[in-house]
Write a protein that binds this ligand. Structure first.
Ligand code: GRF
Length: 199
């Protein structure tokens, strides 16, 4: 898999750790980002994983940026793209070429978008959580693969709640990606396994 990140990359680091076990069924071939100098890219470099950065600001137009991103991803020939804390919308150039999943810190379809934890708190929900879903061209709108609920505590602020959600996300992401790698998945009635489609 190629893992895409924009920040600290703790979910990506959990995937790296899990894939050290040969029985896990998947490995990280590269880590990509839209931002230079992030902790996540540093972590990947320290682990000896190839990295690439395609800064959004270097492109005059979103579709040119998407095309550059797609090209860099394809160089690594991944069977799966994992968006884990990647804060930009991926267009058809990327998601038309590779199956892709995203992890989101809320129980979709509630609270899509970049401020999911803040929005859930502001709404006063007592239970929120995390969702892993296939990417489509919408914002946090693709088919849901798995969800885990996280209760909101009375004294939670955005940061304490997000940290608790991230602890749950790391386990769910590792479990789900491992399961997709070992068992495959179904798209439009076709069984897909890493690297091949069965009719
Ligand atoms: C996670 O909560 C993820 O769901 C959201 O951004 C956060 C990334 O955290 N999209 P990290 O960079 O993996 O630590």
């Amino acid at each position: 898999m190629v893992v895409l990140i924009s920040g600290t990359g703790s979910n990506m680091a959990a995937l790296l750790e899990a894939s050290r076990d040969p029985g896990y069924g998947a490995g990280v071939v590269a880590v990509g980002s839209d931002r230079k100098g992030t902790r996540g890219i540093e972590l990947a470099e320290e682990a000896g994983v190839p990295t690439f950065v395609v800064p959004f600001r270097d492109y005059t137009d979103r579709s040119l940026w998407n095309a550059a991103m797609a090209e860099r991803i394809s160089e690594h020939r991944p069977d799966l793209v994992v968006s884990a804390g990647f804060m930009r919308i991926l267009g058809p150039a990327v998601i038309g070429s590779h199956p892709a999943v995203n992890i989101h810190p809320a129980l979709l379809p509630s609270f899509p978008g970049a401020h999911a934890v803040r929005d859930a708190l502001a709404h006063g929900v007592r239970i929120t959580g995390t969702t892993i879903h296939f990417l489509d061209e919408g914002v946090d709108s693709g088919p849901i693969i798995d969800q885990v609920a996280v209760p909101v505590e009375d004294d939670d602020d955005e940061s304490s709640l997000h940290e608790r959600i991230k602890g749950v996300e790391r386990r769910m992401l590792v479990d789900t990606v491992g399961r997709l790698a070992r068992e495959g998945w179904t798209i439009d009635g076709r069984q897909v396994r890493f690297g091949r489609t069965e009719q």
